[in-house]
Write a protein that binds this ligand. Structure first.
Ligand SMILES: [Zn+2]
Length: 71
């Protein structure tokens, strides 16, 4: 299963855990895609970033706090 496969702005395919993203970030303000891309860019640039779900530490293998991962 692909964790994040964005087809269009209105047809975003997400895993069950992405519901947490959508509750935290209203689509009208920051899209899920923007949130994921921003986190992914920070992760690839720095090797770690803040988890968009729990604000824990997100590394290449996933969030060390809640277990979420971007891909
Ligand atoms: Zn987390």
């Amino acid at each position: 299963m692909t964790a994040v496969a964005v087809e269009t702005d209105s047809a975003v395919r997400v895993p069950h855990e992405a519901g947490a993203f959508q509750r935290l970030f209203e689509p009208s303000e920051v899209t899920l895609e923007d949130t994921i891309l921003g986190a992914w860019e920070a992760l690839t640039a720095h090797g770690r970033t803040e988890c968009p779900v729990c604000h824990g530490e997100l590394v290449a293998t996933g969030c060390e706090t809640c277990g979420s991962h971007l891909s």
